[in-house]
Design a protein around this ligand. Structure first.
Ligand SMILES: Nc1ncnc2c1ncn2[C@@H]1O[C@H](COP(=O)(O)OP(=O)(O)O)[C@@H](O)[C@H]1O
Ligand SMILES: [Mg+2]
Length: 389
């Protein structure tokens, strides 16, 4: 976008924003200028993404950080001069009993691990390699989007995984914004506990942690040119997060504990195959724009249709039962992000299914986020930058 365009956008936004908009820190014209300007500019930067190499040192951030602690991956994003840099780590672990022999093997192979009690905790991509070797699955600290109630060490593992991506900040108290899910529609899992536990260790690391709703992070990352008005949907492994934002205010937020993992397990159960096998085939070959050719593709289509139908039904319910829906003059966009929005044809399937319902707000278009795997971390980074300005 031209700088001119950015300037115009800032003026337009300033006229809408009020002091308690989430993009606003303390009031003050100059500060508001700086914050909005930074947010809009950063959202136009491209993301350069890398995977954390085993043996590579963690970064020491010199500025604000955006963090996405998802069911499948943890992604950390930082602002660079001309781009946004994101690094990801698998959000997984694997334990083996302590022994001198095991220790020497782990050290020789530069495996990421720490010791606790009688076990070695192998973490991140290393854990995936190990689990494959033992022909089993990794363990996961996050289940269905929230700290796993069945893993006692979940938070210690996450702390160690975050530590492989970022060290303590260069400047004590650096702003770090992390994404949290919306309240799940049909579960008793506690977002409050999840958020508070993550905040605690980030504070101990020397950061000033703030949280952002995951769907809102999608809006902040993708909808600067729409005055941050629209619906952001993040479709990950454990859950889908939905947020209706009006001029950068989150009006409606919620989550659905049904996403990529659900599809894998349902297809697996229906065909008598392990979910991990389905996941690999899904990620390598699923094209939702083409008629399915075999039994597995047919099943993947069926459960994608079910997931999308559920998402849209929940959206219809949320929008028609809320008394907070603002009067929005123009039709608004829906942005899909996350790994599960990745298959070819997902956006079209969503748009097609949307035609079957009538929402109280008109939708202009359904589109895919610029970089679906990094959208949440990018949005969180932009929020951290505006708060730190
Ligand atoms: N190309 C792909 N096609 C379909 N699903 C994918 C693809 N790549 C990743 N996924 C799915 O996306 C989900 C992970 O989403 P992602 O946004 O990366 O992480 P998180 O679960 O941490 O939010 C998993 O269910 C994975 O199987
Ligand atoms: Mg995610």
């Amino acid at each position: 976008m031209e700088l001119d365009g950015i300037q115009k956008r800032i003026e337009a936004m300033k006229s809408h924003l009020t002091e308690d908009s989430p993009l606003m820190g303390n009031p003050g014209e100059a500060k508001i200028d700086r914050q909005v300007e930074k947010a809009v500019e950063a959202s136009h930067k491209a993301v350069v993404a890398t995977e954390k190499e085993i043996g590579e040192d963690a970064d020491k951030p010199k500025g604000p950080v955006g963090l996405d602690i998802g069911t499948s991956f943890i992604v950390a994003a930082q602002n660079k001069l001309n781009y946004i840099h994101s690094v990801k780590q698998a959000n997984a672990f694997f334990t083996v009993p302590k022994s001198k022999f095991a220790k020497s093997i782990l050290n020789k192979n530069e495996v990421l691990y720490y010791e606790q009690g009688e076990q070695y905790y192998i973490v991140g991509f290393s854990a995936e390699n190990f689990a494959n070797m033992f022909n089993t699955n990794t363990r996961r600290p996050i289940k269905d989007g929230l700290l796993s109630p069945t893993e006692r060490d979940a938070i210690t593992v996450i702390q160690s995984l975050v530590g492989t991506l970022i060290q303590r900040p260069k400047f004590f108290g650096e702003t770090l914004c992390f994404a949290i899910p919306g309240e799940p529609l049909c579960s008793t899992g506690s977002v409050v506990y999840h958020e508070a536990m993550i905040k605690r260790f980030l504070s101990l690391m020397g950061y000033t942690p703030i949280s952002i709703n995951e769907g809102m992070a999608v809006v902040i990352s993708e909808l600067a040119d729409d005055d941050f008005t629209g619906i952001g949907i993040s479709m990950g492994g454990g859950m889908c997060n939905i947020c209706l934002s009006y001029l950068s205010f989150p009006v409606i937020t919620y989550s659905l504990q049904m996403a990529g993992d659900y599809i894998d397990s349902k297809v697996g159960l229906s065909l008598g195959e392990p979910a991990t096998k389905i996941k690999t085939i899904k990620e390598e070959g699923l094209d939702l724009s083409k008629e399915p050719k075999d039994r597995m593709m047919t099943a993947l289509h069926i459960f994608y249709d079910e997931l999308i139908a559920n998402l849209i039904a929940s959206l219809e319910r949320a929008l028609t039962t809320s008394d907070q829906i603002p009067k929005i003059a123009k039709p608004i966009p829906i942005v899909l992000s996350g790994g599960s929005a990745r298959p070819n044809g997902c956006v079209d399937k969503f748009a097609e299914a949307l035609k079957q319902v009538s929402l109280p707000i008109e939708i202009s278009a359904v589109r895919l986020a610029e970089d679906p795997f990094n959208t949440t971390a990018k949005g969180a980074l932009i929020m951290a930058m505006t708060e730190a300005a």
